[in-house]
Design a protein around this ligand. Structure first.
Ligand code: ADP
Length: 254
């Protein structure tokens, strides 16, 4: 399969395993994301959803499993993985966290250009132009010189999203991007996510916002106990789940 094969999934991860001490957190997770698709991960707290994202983004190293992007080289975590392979894998995706994790002593603009300039060597003028364009797109052009503490939680999270977009990743990973927000601020962040989905961004989103998941997901994966118990199109999974565990989880939330 060539790296430019348009039929290859953008991301393929097979057999991901991860333990913390004796706690087996991922017990053989397989997932594929096609270009332009939105994959939503749902499931009870502690089921391994965040760990999957962190393994895909290189923040955690799986004990075993094979990950490849774009039909390119397969990184096999059961073998020793070179630093170059690890960096190449990490640079494919950018993650948006539950808490925005903005640097408090930097302005909005400085927060957004920091990654492109420091990590990717983008010339500063180009990074600034890109940042201004992206901030305008999420309605925050006038906040470029503000500090994070001067923004609302929803605005901070929108800056967090812009910071990920500024890295120009192929894949966006969102870890419960609205769960730290006051309820009245959730909508503005979900609107940005919907727009990104409509623009064709490829995204993997961990969320408890099931109404949103139903609208944007191409596929929903239900996690429990470190495995994917059930997967399917949202219309199928939310209305006619096949597994008892999925049904019980959804009954509690819907
Ligand atoms: P979820 O996102 O579904 O809530 P997580 O992936 O965050 O689940 O966590 C799965 C399990 O892994 C939990 O039991 C959690 O306590 C454990 N865990 C996650 N990260 C670490 C870590 N760095 N060290 C030890 N245990 C961890």
């Amino acid at each position: 399969m060539s790296p430019t094969d348009p039929t290859a999934p953008l991301l393929a991860a097979h057999g991901l395993e991860k333990s913390f001490g004796t706690n087996r957190v991922l017990d053989g997770v397989d997932l594929e994301v096609r270009r332009g698709d939105v994959l939503v991960l749902i499931g009870p707290s502690g089921s391994g959803k965040t760990t999957v994202l962190r393994c895909l983004n290189g923040l955690e190293t799986p004990d075993a499993g094979v990950v490849s992007f774009d039909g390119g080289p397969r990184v096999d975590f059961a073998q020793k993985v070179s630093k170059a392979d690890r960096t190449a894998l990490r640079d494919r995706s950018a993650m948006v966290f539950q808490h925005h994790n903005l640097f408090p002593h930097l302005t909005v603009l400085q927060n957004v250009i920091e990654g492109p300039v420091q990590a990717h060597g983008v010339p500063k003028a180009e990074a600034v132009a890109r940042a201004e364009r992206l901030l305008a797109r999420v309605g925050l052009a006038d906040k470029r010189d503000a500090y994070p503490s001067e923004l609302s939680g929803g605005q901070q999270q929108r800056v967090g999203i812009v910071r990920a977009l500024a890295l120009e990743p192929q894949l966006l990973l969102f870890d419960e991007p609205t769960s730290a927000l006051d309820p009245e601020l959730v909508g503005e962040v979900l609107t940005v996510l919907r727009e990104l989905a409509n623009e064709g961004w490829t995204m993997v989103i961990v969320t408890h916002e099931l109404g949103f998941a139903r609208q944007v997901a191409d596929e929903v994966l239900f996690f429990d106990g470190g495995v994917i118990v059930e997967r399917g199109a949202p219309a199928q999974l939310f209305t006619a789940p096949q597994k008892e565990r999925t049904r019980r989880f959804l009954d509690r939330l819907l």
